[in-house]
Design a protein around this ligand. Structure first.
Ligand code: CMP
Length: 138
């Protein structure tokens, strides 16, 4: 059984697609085992995306991620990291497959509605960044 971190980013919350995104998880039989809304500070966003520190988009990305509330979730299931990445579609919504979350809702390469962990190692770091063990339904 695998876990991954999902974020509905501030653009997704502002545009009212929390329900649409959650529905796709439910329709795909992906279990949500933790969920909360939070408003990240710039520092918290910088810590979360520390792996992208050297990228030219780091400052803009962390400004965006701290620009409004986001919904963070832990998803659980067999192969859920890859399954969720398939549901999200490519980072750049213009390259994302038809029917994916980013293709349907994203407006920009940065404002791409959702985030998902890209490996078991990053899932572990990212889940622990936002949740303690008491907040995850066993
Ligand atoms: P995410 O999957 O959360 O991982 C890193 C984020 O950085 C990515 O989604 C986008 O929001 C953002 N990002 C990635 N590449 C670019 C880019 N070329 N320009 C701007 N933002 C980017």
């Amino acid at each position: 059984m695998e876990r991954t971190l999902s974020i509905i980013k501030p653009d997704g919350v502002k545009r009212g697609v929390i329900g649409d995104v959650v529905k796709r998880f439910e329709d795909s039989h992906i279990d949500i085992v933790a969920m909360k809304m939070l408003y990240m500070t710039k520092k918290q966003a910088q810590g979360f995306y520390a792996v992208h520190e050297e990228r030219p988009f780091f400052d803009s990305l962390t400004d965006f991620m701290s620009s409004g509330p986001a919904v963070v979730m832990v998803l659980e299931g067999e192969g859920v990291i890859a399954r969720y990445r398939k549901l999200m579609g490519a980072t750049n919504f213009e390259e994302a497959d038809e029917g994916t979350i980013r293709r349907d809702f994203a407006t920009d390469i940065e404002k791409n509605v959702v985030h998902g962990s890209d490996s078991p190692e990053s899932a572990d770091f990212e889940i622990n960044y936002f949740f303690n063990s008491f907040e995850i339904v066993a």
